[in-house]
Design a protein around this ligand. Sequence first.
Ligand code: SAM
Ligand code: SF4
Length: 336
Amino acid sequence: MGGGRPTIPLRDTFGRVADDLRISVTDRCNFRCVYCMPAAGMAWLPRDEILSFEEIVKLTRILVEECGVRTIRFTGGEPLVRKGLEDLIALVRDIDPGLDLAMTTNGILLGEKAQALRDAGLRRLNVSLDTLHSDRFRTMARRDGLARVLDGLRAARAAGFDPIKLNMVVMRGHNEDEVVDFARLARTEGYEVRFIEFMPLDADGIWKPETVVASREIIEAIDREYPLQPVLSERPAPATRFRFRDGSQGGIGVIASVSDAFCKVCNRIRLTAEGHIRTCLFSLQEHDVKALLRGGAPDAEIRDFVVAAVWQKEEGHKIGAADFVRPEKSMSQIGG
Ligand code: SAM
Ligand code: SF4
């Protein structure tokens, strides 16, 4: 790695080091989830504003070889609507076959894509699923698709993804009554279910503190039905994980992004589909690295630009504080 040169870690002024890069490969999506996108009227980025595979690979190579990035997660928008995503994954794997390559997807195209993704080197998969009722699915995703997502999950399992994580955004008044059902699904299918607190990054502005179901409440509800045992993790992580006390397969985790934010241990940075570095989901500014990539800047200049951007990483989000300012972009434009 790095031709033997020492790496320059992506350090910020609060002592954190970013080694987890989330790459948004598109701002487009085939769903319109209520907590993310508007029902209609989303303005897509023009195609030539989106980073090409070559540009993504070039930047990723610099950050892996020169800055010690180890985990790459492909996201979006819906990453699987980007044509040939498996080719991009294979190119990134070839930078360093030891990289931890992951993807977050809504799962609707997994039936067709799971095997190709696995063959390209993808190792970890998070599939977003918020309900097990098709009518509710239609309300939350504003599209039909529960049966196809469940087929996609089976295809992912058949392709060798194990464990598979499910991401459930829990919203009061929508699906909080299903958390125990999801815990049961974790047990029967062996999934790791991640319950995510609803964050104020929805396009419609429906977020209110009352719509957040705190992780503690979720854990208590599940623990009453299926007693839980905390899993101690080697290093601080966004998800607090639990296994089932009775030894069942599967597990659960909660991501308390609102009620108990993990900002203090955040090791993530994001590359948006349009080629901007974003140091926090809640950043109010981005750093345009595409201009350097397209302007033919040398690798060292690109590296130093990202190092300087991460140095300015925010201490944390301020949800609930008087001076909290919502970012203009919503989740699908940021790359969740
Ligand atoms: N389209 C893919 C998907 O849905 O999995 C990837 C992109 S999506 C923006 C990434 C993750 O962010 C998903 O798990 C989604 O549920 C989550 N998400 C979107 N909006 C959110 C919000 N307002 N609060 C919490 N999580 C959110
Ligand atoms: Fe699309 Fe994912 Fe946003 Fe849902 S959460 S609208 S699937 S980007």
